[in-house]
Design a protein around this ligand. Structure first.
Ligand SMILES: [Zn+2]
Length: 229
């Protein structure tokens, strides 16, 4: 555990906590977002998930199944939470979101059997900037709920990629192609790839491509939220 992480756990333990979205004081230490704000986050449903799976992952056949409990909307509750996770060093927020994600996967996808959890690796430059990968903490939360290991070394970024925000789907696929390298063999294993928000799905698919090339049987993808491209 990093020292800064340890300090922030102490702070979280002793100081009153405020909702990351509306800033109201929260009574329990176990959460970062008040119940009112959580209830306002737009949820996905079967129909939307099916539609998004077809749009993002069906044609290349690299992701076997996909799940996200929430829809990412600009300037809404979830954006402030994910923003806090990315930019304000809220390590524990990541784990908190990971636990929510794991619980929802358990009830929505009981047929998923995976034996390793892999967070999507961050650009090295971004990692230097932020000092941590937010998805590592989400993976940690899922790992805790399922009792299944996660690995931050099983997949590595091997080259810098430009920001995807202004690119269309084909440009994103080309931009991310060859960006990852497997750090180990996955023969016979089923893998869960984890990201905070999945937009085009190009990054997730590229991870799956590399993992399957090294022998993985099934690759599932899960994120806290899906966003429209
Ligand atoms: Zn709130």
């Amino acid at each position: 555990m990093f020292l800064s992480e340890l300090l922030s756990s102490f702070k979280d333990f002793f100081l009153p906590r405020f909702c990351l979205s509306c800033n109201h004081k929260i009574k329990t230490e176990k959460t970062f977002v008040c119940e009112n704000c959580i209830s306002k986050i737009q949820k996905t449903n079967d129909e939307l998930l099916k539609y998004e799976f077809t749009r993002k992952f069906y044609y290349r056949n690299l992701i076997d199944d996909f799940y996200a409990p929430f829809v990412f909307e600009q300037d809404k509750e979830l954006q402030s939470i994910i923003h806090a996770l990315k930019y304000n060093k809220k390590f524990l927020v990541g784990k908190f979101l990971g636990i929510i994600l794991a619980d929802s996967i358990k009830s929505a996808k009981p047929e998923w059997h995976f034996d390793l959890i892999i967070p999507v690796p961050l650009n090295r430059l971004k990692k230097i900037e932020r000092n941590y990968n937010q998805s590592d903490y989400i993976a940690r939360g899922i790992s805790e709920v399922y009792g299944i290991p996660f690995s931050t070394r099983a997949l590595k970024r091997i080259r810098y990629t430009q920001s995807q925000t202004k690119l269309d789907i084909h440009q994103r696929q080309a931009n991310i192609s060859g960006a990852f390298k497997a750090g180990k063999d996955f023969t016979g294993r089923n893998i869960l790839i984890v990201d905070d928000v999945i937009t085009s799905g190009a990054t997730t698919e590229e991870c799956a491509k590399v993992i399957k090339a090294r022998g993985a049987l099934k690759v599932y993808a899960a994120s806290i939220a899906i966003a429209a491209l």
